[in-house]
Design a protein. Structure first.
Length: 281
């Protein structure tokens, strides 16, 4: 790549990042429609969930189109397809086992190695492929796609950990620190995933008239308290905790080997970055 082409590539990558952030912001609003609806007139509250469900597929299409530039190579497409197929298989194999989400291990490790944008795509496609093969497509599918995309992308945004010296002991210490960081992130991601997935579904899950029901006329603070209690008793102490434990064990047991294997398969964009001319002040 010539020095003239590098600025253009960087501009495209910045635009992609902006599109990704904008799409994620809109998706987050769709997740949080129960809290947003309390701030609109009563007549509009009834339409809020339908607007959220309708807008998510459109946001997914826009985000995937924006991220497409990163996939302009056969190697990147093949790698994404293979990892998405593996992730779909893992997810289907664990379906029906309360709280176990072994696919989080793959999403976090792949997002860590290949970056946030690749991880975002992998999270979305893994859910899409597994839902089609498993027959689990429903109104929850777009929400799951974004939630898993955020899990994988977040791993790609974690700080780099490099050995301080080229010695075996230094490399081992750096690897241990990285695995510890990814395991801690896995715990946070497991509980955060449960919270955001609960949020959009909470008004339909409980009904009205209970201490944890959604009330469109109530202040946001009151609804947040009800939602927190609902999540605590329905998933945080059970499903989400099992997911967190599964993720930590998976990363601890196979993380070093998987990270090493994935790092041998560099994306063209990563190879380009290594060979770009140095920028001078």
């Amino acid at each position: 790549m010539t020095a003239v082409e590098v600025p253009a590539v960087r501009r495209r990558e910045r635009l992609t990042t902006v599109a990704l952030l904008a799409g994620s912001t809109l998706a987050l609003a769709a997740f949080g429609w129960p809290l947003v609806a309390t701030a609109v007139p009563a007549d509009a509250q009834r339409a809020a969930p339908f607007v959220a469900f309708a807008v998510l597929p459109a946001i997914i299409a826009v985000v995937l189109a924006a991220l497409d530039r990163q996939m302009h190579s056969a190697k990147a497409v093949a790698l994404l397809g293979v990892l998405a197929a593996i992730g779909a298989g893992i997810r289907i194999a664990g379906a029906g086992v309360g709280g176990i989400e072994a696919v989080f291990v793959l999403l976090i490790l792949a997002g860590r190695v290949f970056g946030a944008r690749f991880g975002f795509l992998l999270g979305m496609l893994t859910i899409a492929v597994s839902s089609v093969l498993w027959g689990g497509i429903g109104p929850w599918t777009p929400f799951q796609m974004f939630a898993c995309a955020w899990v994988a992308a977040g791993a790609g945004l974690l700080p780099a950990i490099r050995p301080r010296a080229a010695t075996t002991s230094a490399v081992r210490r750096a690897t241990a620190l990285e695995i510890g960081m990814l395991a801690a992130y896995g715990v946070v991601a497991a509980y955060a995933f449960g919270l955001v997935m609960n949020l959009w579904f909470w008004p339909f899950a409980v009904g009205t008239g209970t201490g944890i029901s959604y009330d469109g006329a109530a202040p946001i603070g009151e609804n947040l308290a009800s939602f927190a209690l609902y999540s605590l008793v329905t998933s945080t102490l059970t499903w989400d905790t099992v997911r967190a434990v599964t993720t930590v064990l998976g990363i601890a047991l196979i993380g070093p080997a998987v990270l090493a294997a994935l790092r041998r398969a560099k994306l063209p964009s990563q190879q380009r970055t290594q060979h770009e001319p140095a920028r001078h002040p």
